[in-house]
Design a protein around this ligand. Structure first.
Ligand SMILES: Nc1ncnc2c1ncn2[C@@H]1O[C@H](COP(=O)(O)OP(=O)(O)O)[C@@H](O)[C@H]1O
Ligand SMILES: [Mg+2]
Length: 382
């Protein structure tokens, strides 16, 4: 038995795999990607999330090798990638328009790259069979792309991308061409397939639901930079700035300033009332901050909340505002309310419709109290 002397140690799932360091891409002096550093682990589905033009595709294209970085490093499994041409990178990129060859059968589409690499036909056959099984299209090998549904075409494109067993799979808006219902189903199928294969994946999307439902971690991008990296729950529950809080989901933001700054609690004054936060913050007295509260964390009722309803006695008189219901919309699973607070601010509230007959029905034009727990507040200083 011979053992390769120079083989790098195998990288296991969860270990750092793709290192991006101080990556910059300028077009005519304008930075489309502006000093991005992030580490992606083996086996992750990592989403780059941001609105159109924030630099997601440019970053992905540098990973694929279709763009040369202006500055910075890309290291994959310990190997510097920047000077490796695209076809020599153990990377495959799947585009939004799947770019299947229309005149080739599904089988030949999947086999295309393998044959081009000179793989023996027997091995090609084994791999294509595996890939068709993986995407559950065993019976469709002979069909042409136009004889498939959009979702099936998307799976063929994925099979073709995975046939060469890339170490890194790049997906640019992979489900952009599918309608909403099909997207949701395909998102789950895609995750299952990616996890089965164990390939590390970086995906680009402007759709927060897609990122939330598919990714192990999300990088929220704006103007060529990454603002926050975290698991979907972290990004949602503890956004680190106003932009991220506002970009992911719906949020109410009260602008105020810190009037009490203690290690274990903070009080913030805003035109809507006083906010009691039951933990310390990285801020100082007098600082301008935003108090962020998600719509589903807010309770609404006709009476002022009693002491027994509050998380602690310290919160009584805080984290509460009164106003008038200006709109309500029934969504089946939840009802959303708009409440015009006395300060003029429009508060958004969501209540789940868990019980079929909910006790106190709230109606338009009613005066109500909206209140929330100090533990559900996120204080944003940026
Ligand atoms: N080849 C190019 N030449 C000049 N500008 C480009 C090129 N590619 C992208 N850009 C610019 O870089 C910015 C980021 O684009 P892109 O990475 O495609 O954004 P996203 O994928 O997030 O929508 C945009 O302002 C875009 O116009
Ligand atoms: Mg793009």
């Amino acid at each position: 038995m011979t053992i390769a002397q120079n083989a790098p140690p195998a990288i296991e799932a969860g270990q750092p795999f793709l290192l991006i360091r101080n990556l910059v891409k300028s077009f005519d002096g304008v930075r489309a990607v502006d000093d991005i550093s992030v580490t992606i682990n083996k086996g992750e589905i990592f989403a780059l999330l941001g609105s159109s033009g924030c630099g997601k595709s440019t970053l992905l294209r540098m990973l694929a090798g279709f763009e040369t970085p202006t500055e910075g490093q890309i290291t994959l499994a310990g190997k510097d990638m920047v000077n490796v041409p695209p076809y020599q990178r153990p990377i495959n990129m799947m585009f939004q328009s799947y770019a299947l060859f229309p005149h080739l059968s599904v089988w030949d589409n999947i086999a295309f790259g393998l044959r081009r690499d000179g793989l023996p036909e027997e091995e090609v056959s084994v791999r294509v069979t595996q890939m068709l099984a993986l995407v559950q299209l065993q019976a469709y090998g002979k069909r042409k792309p136009h004889q498939l549904s959009g979702g099936q075409q998307q799976r063929v494109a994925l099979a073709r991308s995975l046939a060469k067993r890339p170490k890194l799979l790049l997906l640019d808006e992979p489900l952009g061409a599918l309608d909403k219902k099909l997207r949701e189903r395909t998102q789950m199928e895609l995750v299952n397939i990616i996890e089965q294969v164990g390939v590390t994946c970086v995906m680009v999307t402007h759709d927060q639901d897609e990122a939330m439902s598919m990714a192990t971690r999300i990088a929220v991008m704006s103007e060529g930079r990454i603002l926050q990296v975290g698991a979907p729950g972290e990004i949602y529950e503890t956004p680190n700035c106003r932009f991220v809080a506002d970009f992911i989901g719906s949020v109410n933001m009260f602008n105020g300033h810190v009037v009490v700054d203690e290690p274990d609690h903070v009080i913030i004054d805003s035109p809507e009332g006083r906010h009691y936060v039951n933990h310390g913050i990285t801020g100082t007295k007098g600082m301008e901050v935003a108090v962020a509260v998600r719509p589903e964390k807010i309770c609404v009722q006709l009476e002022e909340p009693g002491l027994e309803q509050r998380a602690s006695a310290a919160e009584q008189g805080f984290n509460c505002a009164s106003g008038v219901i200006t709109a309500l919309a029934y969504f089946g699973n939840e009802t959303r309310y708009h409440i015009r607070l006395d300060s003029g601010m429009e508060l958004r509230v969501a209540r789940t419709n868990a019980a079929r007959h909910q006790s106190a029905r709230l109606e338009r034009d009613q005066r109500v109290f909206a209140w929330w727990d100090g533990a559900d507040i996120v204080v944003l200083t940026n």
